[in-house]
Design a protein around this ligand. Structure first.
Ligand SMILES: [Zn+2]
Ligand SMILES: [Zn+2]
Length: 88
């Protein structure tokens, strides 16, 4: 969705239409991108209005997140969970 490569450790399958709404088609997203989508939108909204990557990117808050996350390394989420302090 954000246009960055997705490292294997960060791959999360997102149902474009939530499973609870009968959706089967999935899209591989970064875990951080996936969590952001579900933090912003309910499953009903996803099923009705945001059931494609294009539609998601048209949502202002999703677009703002993507613009921000694009500036981060591909494995951003995993790296920040480890303590930066310990990496010197
Ligand atoms: Zn999802
Ligand atoms: Zn992403």
């Amino acid at each position: 969705m954000c246009g960055r490569g997705v490292p294997e450790s960060q791959q999360d399958a997102h149902h474009l239409v939530p499973r609870s709404h009968g959706g089967k088609q999935t899209e591989i997203l970064h875990r951080i991108c996936h969590q952001q989508i579900h933090a912003l939108l309910t499953e009903a909204e996803l099923a009705k209005h945001y059931n494609s990557i294009e539609a998601l990117l048209a949502h202002p808050a999703v677009a703002a997140f993507v613009a921000w996350v694009r500036t981060k390394p591909d494995g951003f989420f995993g790296r920040t969970r480890k303590s930066q302090r310990l990496r010197g």
